[in-house]
Design a binder for this molecule. Sequence first.
Ligand code: SAH
Length: 232
Amino acid sequence: MSPEEGFAGARRSMVELQLRARDIVDERVLAAMERVPRELFVPERARDHAYEDAALAIGSGQTISQPYMVARICELLALTGRERVLDVGTGSGYQSAVLAELVSDVVTIERIPELAERARRSLAAAGYGRVDVRVGDGTLGVRERGPYDAIAVAAAAPGAPDSLYEQLKRGGRLAIPVGDRQSQRLEVIVRSPEGPAVLRSVPCRFVPLLGEEGFPGAGADLSEGPEAGEAF
Ligand code: SAH
């Protein structure tokens, strides 16, 4: 069996055991998760662990999200194919790749330049070179590419940043883990004419969203991160 066949088998098991078995029901999301080669988004020495039911360290104190959380966020965004999506917290680029399987236009922003550069390379190697990777404070969004049909945030915030809500189209959805640094709930906030409509989903644990409209601490040494390896 070639390494590719091995990874493909591991990917199928991931979809069945980690996603379908936990009530991910959107067939487009399941198909996307079965297509994206997650092993290309983890550090080389961790390739054999790529399909484990966990977040993995990717350097700079950050993690590639657990497959289940990636699928849950994508499902909550209710995407159908022609949307423009903003992915805040690029990290490894894996979530952006899954989003690129689901919609035609993906913009992503990461605050740590080294991670953004590596994600750009991984995305190109996996065939998702059309994803627009930006470096900067994603709590402020990427205004010049908006408005967005959906925004996914893969880091924990004390509340949904106003700038992100304002960059949603009418009826657009923002998925974001909201809580303190230790534990959060995934929230989906819909932009409606009456103001934000909030729906709460699963409990979760993400690395913090650091920035002007996130947790303080973004000015600190970027190479340091006490949260390494412990979040979803
Ligand atoms: N979905 C990514 C998850 C990465 S973890 C993946 O599957 O690989 C969250 C990422 O958010 C980290 O890389 C962290 O550096 C980044 N981040 C934290 N605060 C940010 C901010 N204000 N703007 C952009 N990225 C941020």
